[in-house]
Design a protein around this ligand. Sequence first.
Ligand SMILES: Cc1nnc(-c2cnn(C)c2N)n1CCCn1ccnc1
Length: 117
Amino acid sequence: KQESPRTARDDSKDLAMCRILLAELESHQDAGPFLTPVNPKSVPGYRKIIKKPMDFSTIRDKLTNSQYLNLETFIIDVNLVFDNCEKFNEDNSVIGRAGHTMRRFFQRRWTELLRQN
Ligand SMILES: Cc1nnc(-c2cnn(C)c2N)n1CCCn1ccnc1
C-alpha cells in the first residue's frame, strides 16, 4: 500500500489479533513452561533474578480485563516471557530451547498476521 508515513496504521483488528496470537501460543506443543506463573517458592533464585515475571495465563487475564492498550503493549508482555526464560535458563536446556522455539514462532505469526491486516 502506498500511503504517506503520516497515516496511522489501522488498529481496529489489533484486539482480535492478540486473541488469535495468544490462543496459538497457549496451544503450542512447547508452551508448557510458560502456561502458568513460575512459583518462586519452588524455584530458588527466580524471584531475585527475574524482576518482572510474566506468563501466558497472566497475559490472558490482562487481555480479558482490557489491560492492553494496543498490539505493542501485548507484544511487550509476550516478549517478556521469553526474555525471562532466556535470562534464567541455559540455551542448551529443555526450557531454554522451548523459549527460543516459542519466541521464533510468535515473531513469525504476528508479522504474518500484521501483513494480512
Ligand atoms: C518458565 C520457566 N523458566 N524457568 C523455569 C524453571 C522452573 N524450575 N526450574 C528449575 C526452572 N528453570 N520455568 C518454569 C518451568 C515450569 N514448567 C512447567 C512445565 N515445564 C516446566
